[in-house]
Design a protein around this ligand. Structure first.
Ligand SMILES: Cc1cc2nc3c(=O)[nH]c(=O)nc-3n(C[C@H](O)[C@H](O)[C@H](O)COP(=O)(O)OP(=O)(O)OC[C@H]3O[C@@H](n4cnc5c(N)ncnc54)[C@H](O)[C@@H]3O)c2cc1C
Length: 478
C-alpha cells in the first residue's frame, strides 16, 4: 500500500467518507470551519439516497422526497445552497385523503387533514372532528390520544420499548382509525406503519410536526430534480470552498495510528483504491451496514450490532399521462394500493401547458411491493389511479417507470434507539454521520443534514477548530 496526502497547505485535513446529504453537509461544515476537505464517494454520483435520472427527455427522482417546515437544518441547508426557492411550501398543511367508491364508480370520497389558524394543537381540531373517513365516535377518540402523545417525554427510554400501534390501541384507537389516519402520518415520515414503528420515533414526528407549532407540518417539495436542488449545488459550493470531491472512490478501511503510552490511537486516514490517504480527522458518513464494516472496534466495541438497525424499502411508480388526471398537487389515499400521489409535472421538465401530467406514486414501508415485477406494480398502481381519478380512465399512459430502493431507511422498530450511535466515537478524531445516527429524528433529509453538522463539530474539535456553519434555528420541540 502506498501513501498519499490529502491537500493540506497548513490547514488540518479532514476526509469525509460518503457523498449523501450527511457527508455533503459534514464536508461543507468542515470546510467552513477551516479544514482542507476531501470527500470520497463510492458511487459514480453524489447524493446517496437522493438521486435523479433522465428518461425519454424527462427527469425523475429515485423517489418522491418531501420535507416539513419543522425541518430547520435541511431548510437552512437549502438556503445556504441558494435553492430554497426551488422547494416552496404548498401553503398551510392541507392533504386531501381520497377513498375510492365501491365499484370504483365516479369520484372518490374526500376528507382533509388540514390545519387552521388556531394555535397548536387546536389547529388540527376542526379537521379531525370532521374527518369523514372515520365514524363520529372514532373521531372524538382522536383528540385524547393526540393530547396523550403531546405529553410524551421524548427522552423517556420507555418510549422505545413498544410499538406506536400498541400505544394507540391502549389509547382507544381502533384498527380503522390507525389505518385511515395515524398510518397516513407514520408511513411517509418513519417508513413504517404504526403496528411496527417504535413509539419513540412516532412521538418525535407527531410532537415536532403536528402537536406543538401550528405551521410545523406545512409541506414542501422540490419543483426541480433533487440533483438540481441539493446535490449539484452542494458540489459547486464544496469546490468553491476548495474541497476535493471524488467519486468512484470506495473506502475500504479507516486506518489507525499506533497508540502510545500516553496517547490513545487516532485515525491516521482512510484506505481508498489500495492507497492510504492521510488525514487529521475522518468523518464516516455511510449507511449503517457500511459503517458496521468500516468502524474499527476501538471506535465502537461492537460495530456488527449496527446491522440490527435493519432496512425498509421504498418503491415509487412514476406515470407520464397525456393529460391532467389528478386535480391536486398531492393526495393521500386509503383503502387503495396508493399511499401518496404527487404531481411531478414541473419537476420532470414536461411543458406546463396543461397537456400532460407526471405523477409519482410513493409507497413507503414497501415490504410487500419491493419483490414485485415492474409490470405488476405499474398495472396495480394504474388501476388504483383510475379508481381515484376518473380523468385517468380516458388518459393515455405515455410512459411509466418503477424505482425501487431496497435499503431506503433503517427499520425504526422498538429497541433500535440504543443502536443509533452519536457523532463521537471511541477514537477522538473519527466522527460518525448519517440519517441512521442518533439525531432523534427518523431517517430523513433533516436527520442526515443534522448528523453531518454534528459530526463536523466532533471532527473540527479534534483538530482544534470550531464549526462555524450558520447556526440552525432551534426546533420547536426538544
Ligand atoms: C425513495 C426514498 C424516499 C425518501 N423520502 C424521503 C422524504 O420524503 N423525506 C425525507 O426527509 N427523507 C426521505 N428519504 C430518506 C432520505 O433520503 C435519507 O434519510 C437521506 O438522504 C440519507 O442520507 P445519508 O447521507 O445519511 O445516507 P446516504 O444517502 O445513504 O449516503 C451514504 C453515501 O455513502 C456512500 N458510501 C457507502 N459506503 C461507502 C464507502 N465504503 N466509501 C465511500 N462511500 C461510501 C454511499 O454510496 C452513499 O452515497 C427517502 C429515501 C428514499 C430512498
Amino acid at each position: 500500500m502506498s501513501a498519499a496526502s490529502s491537500t493540506g497547505a497548513g490547514r488540518p485535513r479532514v476526509v469525509v467518507v460518503g457523498g449523501g446529504l450527511a457527508g455533503l453537509s459534514a464536508a461543507v461544515a468542515c470546510a467552513d470551519g477551516g479544514a482542507s476537505v476531501t470527500l470520497l464517494e463510492a458511487r459514480p454520483r453524489l447524493g446517496g439516497a437522493t438521486w435523479s435520472f433522465e428518461r425519454r427527455g424527462l427527469s425523475f427522482d429515485n423517489g418522491q422526497h418531501v420535507h416539513l417546515r419543522c425541518c430547520n437544518a435541511y431548510r437552512s441547508w437549502l438556503e445556504r445552497l441558494g435553492t430554497s426557492h426551488l422547494a416552496p411550501f404548498a401553503g398551510p398543511l392541507a392533504i386531501p385523503v381520497l377513498r375510492p367508491r365501491a365499484g370504483h364508480a365516479g369520484s372518490p370520497t374526500v376528507a382533509w387533514i388540514r390545519r387552521d389558524s388556531l394555535p397548536a394543537p387546536a389547529h388540527l381540531g376542526r379537521s379531525l372532528l370532521s374527518y369523514g373517513h372515520l365514524g363520529a365516535a372514532d373521531r372524538l377518540r382522536l383528540l385524547p390520544a393526540a393530547l396523550g402523545l403531546r405529553r410524551a417525554r421524548l427522552d423517556d427510554p420507555r418510549l422505545d420499548s413498544e410499538t406506536f400501534g400498541d400505544w394507540l390501541s391502549r389509547h382507544g384507537q381502533h384498527d380503522e382509525a390507525i389505518s385511515r389516519l395515524w398510518d397516513l402520518i407514520t408511513l411517509p415520515t418513519t417508513n413504517l406503519r404504526a403496528a411496527e414503528v417504535s413509539l419513540a420515533l412516532a412521538a418525535k414526528v407527531f410532537k415536532t410536526g403536528l402537536l406543538t407549532d401550528r405551521a410545523a407540518a406545512d409541506i414542501a417539495w422540490s419543483q426541480v430534480p433533487l440533483a438540481e436542488l441539493h446535490v449539484e449545488p452542494a458540489r459547486r459550493l464544496l469546490e468553491g470552498l476548495g474541497a476535493d470531491v471524488r467519486q468512484r472512490a470506495r473506502v475500504t478501511e479507516v486506518a489507525l495510528g499506533e497508540a502510545t503510552g500516553t496517547e490513545p490511537a487516532r485515525a491516521s486516514g482512510v484506505v481508498v483504491d489500495g492507497e492510504l490517504l492521510h488525514s487529521d480527522a475522518v468523518v464516516l458518513a455511510v449507511p449503517h451496514d457500511a459503517a458496521a464494516g468500516l468502524l474499527p472496534t476501538r471506535a465502537f466495541s461492537d460495530p456488527s450490532s449496527l446491522r440490527g438497525l435493519g432496512t425498509v424499502p421504498i418503491v415509487n411508480v412514476h406515470f407520464v399521462f397525456d393529460r391532467q388526471v389528478m386535480p391536486y398537487q398531492m393526495a393521500a389515499a386509503i383503502d387503495s394500493p396508493i399511499q401518496f400521489a404527487f404531481d411531478r409535472t414541473p419537476a420532470s421538465g414536461l411543458e406546463p401547458s396543461g397537456a400532460g401530467q407526471v405523477l409519482a406514486i410513493s409507497l413507503s414501508g414497501a415490504d410487500a411491493e419491493i419483490g414485485k415485477s415492474p409490470q405488476e406494480l405499474i398495472e396495480s398502481q394504474l388501476g388504483a389511479v383510475r379508481a381515484l381519478f376518473p380523468a385517468a380512465s380516458q388518459a393515455k399512459v405515455l410512459d411509466s417507470v418503477v424505482t425501487r430502493e431496497h435499503d431506503a431507511t433503517f427499520r425504526g422498530v422498538p429497541g433500535t434507539r440504543r443502536l443509533r450511535l452519536g457523532p463521537a466515537t471511541g477514537i477522538a478524531n473519527l466522527a460518525l454521520a448519517g440519517a441512521w445516527t442518533d439525531t432523534g429524528w427518523p431517517a430523513t433529509m433533516e436527520g442526515a443534514v443534522r448528523s453531518g453538522q454534528a459530526a463536523a463539530e466532533v471532527a473540527l474539535a479534534a483538530v482544534g477548530k470550531r464549526n462555524v456553519s450558520v447556526p440552525r434555528r432551534e426546533e420547536a420541540v426538544a
